[in-house]
Design a protein. Structure first.
Length: 423
């Protein structure tokens, strides 16, 4: 059974081979034509990049300038070829490149296009870039506006910028640099180091291009401000020159000061070492004095720097010294004092105590009562010369009521508020 199954295809193969042997010329011709067709197909697809069976969709790309782009050049997506430039046309001061893109390639509609070149010699191509691989995608007849396209800098603009740069180079300085580099055998290594350093600097600046641009703009403002204040800076420099000239003239004095300072510091150190026990006791006393002085800081401030009155005690004291003398006023008129016969409070108590109600001067002579002692505060209708029955001669007035607008008078006096408290 198996032999019969294999016998049929074997007889067919033998018959075909016999027919080919009988028609050798025709068989050779067909083989050559077949090899020629395969070779042509390979050249069209592999070398000439012509695929008669491929389908394309066309996208119109608006460019500010052609950038050297020509029909037949490649269209790429992130550098991978996906089509060719079908035509380049000029329309209303714009260049419109029609790109024929393979149907299988999907390009996001939000992408950008740029005309670029592979080298300085040319080899331009149209490259599409996209930040995402999601839709919507470009379709047949889609248009990419000039706001999403870019072209390389024209050679004329580059040469013009290069000319401006070369004009700023001083030939004499450049010649001196070249001569210095050629002095020794290490000249080429020095030049290579300079070029490498410049390349590294440019690469570093390119990584922080926005910050560099911002720095240049801010520097322009700063330099413009300095240029506007040139006159003031010149005057400042002149004043500094005069100041430094004075300092220079005192150099000998500074030298003597530096020379004698070590001996002075050694003497101070010896004094401190000899008086260490006394210093400890002094610090202990200061620890006691400091809290007492702290409680009287408001009084000291009012004494030296008054806020509730004009002038200060220190100013009044300095007015006594002028014209090389000490001036003072003295009154020889005898002034009598009146004793109210009440307990005396210490003079250091600055808490504004309430006055005594029944205070009376012990001397009844009205001619020697300073400031109207008999008019001291007392209850209405009370005869100053007679103490009411059962009254306490040391009774004081009722304390003043404290409200929202009251100014407290603690020990040492209070500060007047700089605002009116709310009720």
């Amino acid at each position: 059974m198996t032999k019969r199954i294999l016998e049929v295809p074997a007889r067919a193969v033998v018959a075909v081979v016999g027919a080919l042997r009988r028609h050798k010329t025709a068989t050779s011709s067909i083989g050559l034509l077949l090899i020629l067709a395969i070779g042509v197909w390979h050249l069209m697809i592999g070398a000439l990049d012509i695929d008669p069976l491929a389908t394309h969709y066309r996208v119109r790309v608006e460019l500010a300038r052609s950038g050297g782009l020509l029909p037949g050049q490649d269209v790429t997506l992130h550098g991978v070829k996906v089509g060719t430039v079908e035509s380049v046309e000029v329309n209303d001061h714009r260049v419109i490149a029609v790109a024929a893109i393979d149907t299988e390639t999907r390009i996001p509609a939000s992408g950008h296009a740029r005309a670029a070149s592979l080298s300085a010699a040319g080899e331009q191509y149209l490259d599409f870039t996209a930040d995402t691989d999601s839709g919507p995608f470009l379709a047949d007849g889609a248009i990419i506006g000039s706001d999403r396209t870019s072209t390389p800098v024209p050679l004329s603009d580059m040469l013009e910028s290069l000319s401006g740069t070369l004009v700023q180079i001083d030939p004499t300085t450049l010649r001196a640099i070249v001569d210095e580099l050629g002095v020794s055998e290490t000249g080429p290594e020095k030049l290579a180091a300079i070029i490498d350093g410049g390349t590294f600097l440019i690469a570093s600046l390119d990584g922080v291009l926005p910050q560099t641009v911002r720095l240049l703009r801010n520097s322009k403002v700063v330099l413009t401000t300095l240029a506007d204040s040139e006159a003031g800076m010149r005057e400042t420099a002149a004043d500094l020159a005069a100041t430094m000239g004075g300092v220079s003239s005192m150099a000998d004095g500074f030298t003597d000061l530096v020379d004698h300072t070590p001996d002075l510091l050694a003497t101070v150190d010896a004094v401190i070492a000899q008086n260490s026990p006394t210093m400890v006791q002094l610090l202990g006393n200061l620890a006691t004095v400091a809290p007492m002085a702290y409680l009287r800081v408001p009084a000291f401030e009012e004494f030296f720097f008054p806020k509730q009155r004009a002038g200060s005690t220190l100013d009044a004291m300095t007015t006594a010294f002028h014209d090389g003398r000490v001036w003072a006023l003295a009154s020889v008129y005898p002034r009598y004092q009146c004793d109210y016969n009440v307990p005396r409070r210490p003079g250091t108590s600055a808490d504004y105590p309430e006055p005594y109600l029944y205070a009376d001067c012990t001397d009844p002579d009205p001619t020697i009562l300073p400031r109207g002692a008999r008019n001291a505060p007392r209850p209405p209708g009370w005869n100053p010369s007679v103490l009411p029955p059962g009254a306490d001669p040391h009774r004081t007035a009722d304390p003043s009521p404290v409200g929202a607008l009251s100014i407290l008078t603690p020990l040492g006096g209070g500060h007047v508020p700089s605002y009116v408290p709310s009720r």
